[in-house]
Design a protein around this ligand. Structure first.
Ligand code: SAH
Ligand code: SF4
Length: 340
């Protein structure tokens, strides 16, 4: 989808309230065709349909029993990206968006990392994923309650477009989704963490930790060689100081790789100086991608108990989307058509 600047350019000779009406039609009424915007003149509707088409090409993979719907989105240049709607047990609907086609980081455990990197997404290409799901939910009289940047791509390696999208998703004349319901997950790109401190946004930050020391982390997350744990933890400290917001550390439970009690002990040491109130650890069950095995339930419990006893708050990520070959956070890469 084209940028909002293009939309402003199309409307530059119209009175300012027209742009307001147009944005309302797009973001509030969630129209899929400008002809639905009856407050606009027929001429303008025709022009907009030609110069700013609203159609978002996508294919839907529904797994109702799992409360997950996957959208394979075809971008204007023919490349494909993915979006996931997760319906939570409490009725909230969260959209997991992609920020790129593929990912340049290449984490060993990640399906996206395996397919390599095609390109970053533009801000409106990210926003349009939320629009697509919002239009889909509107048919059921439901709405999007939250957005997580946990799809394909590393958000902080596409900082400007990601933050540009966040502002549109959050703003009153955009999708109007509360910043507290928007989360960015990063593999720990220090520059991005430093930059986000300066944004006047109350969004949530999640750090994909997955290992308690640099030796192991560099083995499974190539980006660690440029973003050492000590520096990540320092920038997270500064983020917490500046924003007073609670940070989530994600930790994948991979059998015999990072799930021993020695790892748990090192993890506790890593968090040693941090205020337990201002962070929590989210243990993620590993969706096998052909490289490692998920930790046993028993080991996850032992690991969790160790951290809890040390005073750390621990949660476990709800499992989403196993049956349709992909959870939020490890999209694409595989032959998605086999999911039909
Ligand atoms: N690039 C960002 C955001 C996208 S990945 C990041 O790495 O944080 C979102 C989350 O899914 C990350 O925590 C990532 O480590 C996790 N993830 C990747 N592969 C996974 C897999 N096979 N099973 C479960 N979670 C996975
Ligand atoms: Fe990229 Fe995140 Fe996957 Fe690593 S886990 S390859 S950073 S999408």
């Amino acid at each position: 989808m084209l940028s909002l600047k293009t939309l402003e350019k199309i409307l530059k000779d119209e009175p300012p309230f027209k742009l307001k009406q147009v944005k309302e039609a797009l973001f509030k009424h969630l129209i899929g065709d400008w002809n639905e915007a009856t407050s606009l003149s027929i001429n303008l509707r025709e022009q907009l349909n030609k110069e700013y088409p609203l159609f978002i090409k996508s294919e839907i993979f529904d797994a109702k029993e799992e409360m997950v719907t996957r959208f394979l989105v075809t971008l204007d240049d023919g490349l494909e990206t993915e979006t996931v709607l997760m319906r939570h047990a409490d009725g909230r609907n969260t959209v997991c968006v992609s920020s790129a086609v593929g990912c340049p980081v290449g984490c060993l455990f990640c399906a996206t990392g395996k397919i390599g990197f095609k390109r970053n997404l533009e801000a409106m290409e990210i926003v349009s994923q939320v629009l697509l799901v919002a239009r889909f939910l509107k048919k059921e009289n439901e709405r999007v309650d939250g957005v997580v940047f946990m799809g394909m791509g590393e958000p902080f390696l596409n900082y400007d477009n990601v933050i540009g999208a966040v502002y549109i998703i959050n703003s009153n004349d955009g999708l109007n989704i509360g910043a507290r319901h928007i989360s960015i997950s990063t593999v720990g790109i220090i520059e991005g963490i430093k930059k986000i401190i300066k944004e006047p946004l109350q969004i949530n930050l999640a750090i994909s930790l997955h290992a308690p020391n640099d030796r192991l982390r560099s083995e499974i997350i190539p980006a660690n060689k440029k973003n050492y744990l000590k520096n990540i933890m320092e920038s997270v400290d500064r983020y917490i100081e500046a924003t007073n917001r609670r940070v989530m550390f994600e930790y994948l439970m991979i059998d015999k790789i990072n799930d021993s009690l020695k790892d748990a002990r090192e993890l506790v040491e890593l968090f040693n100086k941090m205020d337990n109130q201002l962070f929590f650890v989210n243990l993620i069950s590993y969706n096998p991608t052909g490289v490692f095995r998920p930790s046993t339930t028993e080991q996850v419990k032992k690991f969790k108990d160790y951290l809890t006893k040390a005073g750390i708050t621990v949660t476990e990520r709800q499992r989403f989307g196993r049956g349709i070959k992909g959870a939020c956070g490890q999209l694409a890469g595989r032959n998605i058509f086999s999911a039909k």
